[in-house]
Write a protein that binds this ligand. Structure first.
Ligand code: ATP
Ligand code: MG
Length: 156
């Protein structure tokens, strides 16, 4: 179905804001001031956002800010989820979309997880004809971005 991304993204963030009320994590978004319809599977795209945002929350410090932004490019739209968390060491970055891959078992032992979240996220993005990538500074934070095909002419 058609999904208005500039409505969809803040809806998902609101749910995470509720879920993490007690953790003093701040959420903000930077969105174009217009409707942006993409064609996709709403449940799958919800899972995609959930998997990325749950990592952002899991690896964020107290008082950290998570920022979601949507940027329009030629024939595609880019959604980025930025956190101020622990970051990912450079040598681990090429592997984080692999199944069952987790950066440091010791560091994330108490944080839990199976290492499937981002592998599933990547599968969903590819199934929508898009791509996904990461940029991260060890100790400073992480940005996960994905691009999806977008046609400005489609108004639902
Ligand atoms: P699961 O998602 O299955 O519960 P997980 O969160 O460990 O487990 P992924 O979501 O696939 O697995 O992430 C893979 C690894 O990438 C994580 O274990 C973590 O080491 C690293 N990682 C992912 N997102 C972030 C982030 N925002 N900040 C720091 N490290 C991250
Ligand atoms: Mg995860």
């Amino acid at each position: 179905s058609f999904i208005d991304l500039t409505k969809f993204v803040p809806q998902i963030m609101e749910r995470f804001e509720m879920l993490t009320k007690n953790e003093s994590i701040h959420f903000q978004h930077k969105l174009p001031n217009k409707e942006m319809y993409i064609y996709g599977d709403r449940d799958k795209l919800t899972q995609l956002m959930d998997n990325i945002l749950s990592n952002a929350v899991k690896y964020s410090p107290q008082g950290g800010t998570i920022t979601c932004s949507i940027k329009e490019e030629k024939e595609r739209v880019i959604v980025s989820i930025k956190d101020e968390g622990v970051g990912i060491p450079k040598e681990n970055i090429p592997h984080i979309f692999d199944r069952f891959y987790r950066v440091d078992k010791a560091r994330s032992r108490n944080l839990g997880g199976t290492g499937l979240g981002l592998a599933i996220a990547k599968e969903i993005v590819l199934a929508h004809g898009g791509s996904v990538w990461v940029s991260s500074d060890w100790g400073k934070g992480t940005v996960i971005s994905f691009a999806l095909p977008y046609d400005e002419a489609v108004k639902e």
